[in-house]
Design a protein around this ligand. Sequence first.
Ligand code: F6R
Ligand code: MG
Ligand code: MG
Length: 370
Amino acid sequence: MKTTFSIIKADVGGWPGHAKVHPDLEEIARKKLTEAKRDKTILDFYVAHCGDDLELIMTHTNGVDAKEIHSLSWDAFCEATERARDLGLYGAGQDLLADAFSGNVRGMGPGVAEMEFTERKAEPVIAFMMDKTEPGAFNLPVFKIFADPFNTAGLIIDPSLHDGFVFEVWDILEHKHVFMKTPEEMYDLLALIGAKSRFVIKRVFPKKTSKLKSDEPVAVISTEKLYQIAGEYVGKDDPVGIVRAQSGLPALGEVLEPFSIGHLVSGWMRGSHNGPLMPVSVEDAQCTRFDGPPRVVALGFQVKNGLLTQPVDLFDDPAFDLTRKRAQEITEYMRRHGPFEPHRLPMADMEYTTLPRVLKKLGNRFKKVK
Ligand code: F6R
Ligand code: MG
Ligand code: MG
């Protein structure tokens, strides 16, 4: 039996503004998924939030892109939207871009990360959820987890990791993908994924020489870009990711280690600013200061026959206090730049925000320089 691990998420209403998910919406999702577990559509689930994003974490045997699972998620988001409307929550139904479900939530607004794999004897899986940023925010940490020997000691020490991994990278503008091997193609890979608003890591696979199955991913990231779906800015495409760990893969601590940087990501305030990614507990996953700063939450599960243990809230640890303090200092420094780049995103990335409308007004006042 193969297990599918899915995270499907959407912002269906903020409390207040774009700060957080109201507990009623999580409760509605829990009720819906409890029914689905009872009628065996799914094996298990966990409902969480990161900022204003409602996160459905599910296990099942239907494989990725399964209609049953996507329609279940769509229905859960629609029911939560109704409650969001009743409560007058902000931007109710914001990420549900289509009027009716058409078989797959991809391209309809919600973000999706799913992987199907053969469970090992013990299977640690980490669900990462981010708010106020974009899929490219995962590039740096996922690269470091699977390819940086200064991060992942196992790449040097453990013979089963020593051969490296295969990265699937998407060009989200051209809708193309490429597979690249590390360590041998590490410099080419970095040449691409350093441009994180265009090239994003979609999946990581073990190599053929690994004991693990080389066609089953060990990491997957959601790559929906809402502005490409909707044609204009309708909220940020706050990404989610799934990473498997241990026994021939990076250890849990090697998976978490890159998040100790508080690296700079795009998507803060109006999807238009750069800021540090702050690792926080679920309880602290509410975006307040300047609608942020961008946050990441990590829930760690053991998966057995598709069933989930209770998660451990992995960044709820004083070991990340220094990172949080540094992120706050960087926040303070970057905020002093106000509307100036590089706090504000470069013009090309502002194309789908509301800024072009402001500039349009000035259009005919510009005269040719003689
Ligand atoms: C939402 C986000 C927020 C909003 C901002 C303006 O994910 O990043 O910073 O962009 O609060 O929101 P509106 O335009 O809805 O008033
Ligand atoms: Mg919102
Ligand atoms: Mg959000």
